[in-house]
Design a protein around this ligand. Structure first.
Ligand SMILES: [Zn+2]
Ligand SMILES: [Zn+2]
Length: 388
């Protein structure tokens, strides 16, 4: 197809005029539609999406809207395509882009901040003060694909070069979709201090971020790494990923168990990934004085917190948003060096046209689904051509 002047393409990767994309209508309603293939501008590339993982946040967006914001409001009936944990192949370069090559495999992080606000200038682009402002008179150029701009349940997407992470040849497409999840865990550990070698940590909640949180903490040298949760099968996966101890909170009191495992001292850090109503209070009780708590999940309702306990014990509390401070690059480096096997959390694969069924598997945890990945057929097609 004809891309605008200055955009580089290659005959090896012909780009059609239109693509198939899932579009959000009313809450809960997704339709597969034809959309124009977007063109990359300055500092952007066009990514042919090869695989995309489903995330819990996708359900929030599809059913309730937030945290997606399109043109200053809800994402419903605005021709918006959700999906944000995708990987693929660079197939067109915007004007002046020489940081990436056509044909290069990349995975993506979600947020490209505006680059001009106070937080972006500090490197905190996932906390951009111009979140969602990319339209009309308030166009600050902010992008969070699948949240404020079109995302990955489609065949192509435009990405800022700052959101791309090159993928090792040996890494499968499915594993590459998990880099942003591991990057979120890595960001949490970065905010807790980063240098956690030899220090003790509890990761609460064995969802994808918690499981990879245990893996990243172990790879960073934390010791011991203690994982808490309610389901034995998930805790067992956590053990394989690097947890030294696992605690089923339905079978024993997690605070007592953590105290016992640490000789009564409590841990230096808690990475809270469960969103359970009493999680903050329990985490505080697991910590030693001066310990640090990072919140990576949130309860759906406001909850009471024993603030006096936090103050008396000098406990630091952090909240993280997304995969900040380039943590995805550090996560990919660990995965590339096989410091942990992220594929243990990938359980199912579907084709893009079967997205509704894939979403059902992820939402209802059919067959113990953890991470469900959806693939585009063109990936298989181009492989077949190469084999001929
Ligand atoms: Zn996600
Ligand atoms: Zn910004």
């Amino acid at each position: 197809m004809a891309m605008p002047d200055g955009v580089k393409t290659s005959p090896d990767f012909p780009i059609p005029d239109t693509m198939k994309a899932w579009v959000l209508g009313d809450p809960g309603e997704l339709t597969l539609k034809d959309k124009p293939v977007p063109a990359p501008k300055k500092a952007e590339v066009l990514v042919r999406i090869d695989a995309v993982a489903i995330c819990g946040t996708d359900f929030e967006i599809i059913n309730h809207g937030l945290p997606a914001i399109i043109q200053g409001g809800t994402p419903f009936n605005k021709d918006f395509t959700p999906g944000h944990e995708y990987m693929g192949t660079v197939v067109a370069l915007g004007p002046g882009v020489d940081e990436y090559e056509i044909g290069q495999r990349v995975t993506v992080e979600i947020h490209a901040g505006c680059g001009q606000c106070k937080r972006c200038r500090q490197g905190m682009y996932t906390s951009c003060h111009n979140y969602g402002k990319n339209y009309g008179d308030v166009d600050k150029g902010h992008r969070a694909n699948g949240f404020t701009t079109d995302g990955g349940f489609a065949e192509y997407a435009v990405n800022n070069i700052n959101t791309l992470i090159p993928v090792a040849d040996e890494m499968s497409d499915e594993e590459a979709t998990l880099v942003v999840t591991a990057g979120t865990s890595m960001y949490g550990l970065t905010e807790l201090g980063g240098l956690v070698a030899g220090e003790s940590i509890v990761v609460s909640g064995p969802g994808p971020i918690g499981l990879l949180g245990a893996a990243v903490a172990k790879a960073l040298g934390a010791s011991p790494v203690i994982l808490t949760g309610t389901r034995d099968n998930r805790l067992e996966i956590g053990r394989k990923l690097g947890a030294d101890h696992v605690i089923n909170v339905r079978k024993e009191d997690p605070v007592e168990a953590v105290r016992r495992l640490t000789g009564g001292k409590g841990v230096d850090y808690v990475l809270e990934c469960s969103g359970a109503p009493n999680a903050v209070n329990e985490a505080a009780q697991m910590l030693n004085r001066g310990g640090k708590l990072c919140l990576a999940a949130f309860p759906s309702e406001p909850v009471p917190v024993d603030v006096a306990y936090l103050v008396r014990n000098n406990i630091y509390v952090y909240g993280i948003r997304g995969e900040g401070k380039s943590a995805t690059h550090r996560a990919e480096a660990f995965m590339r060096e096989k410091r942990f096997d992220a594929t243990l959390i990938h359980t199912h694969t579907f084709q893009m046209e079967d997205l509704p069924e894939a979403l059902r598997y992820a939402r209802d945890r059919v067959e113990d689904a953890i991470k469900v990945v959806v693939r585009n057929a063109h990936r298989t097609a181009s492989k077949a051509v190469a084999a001929e």
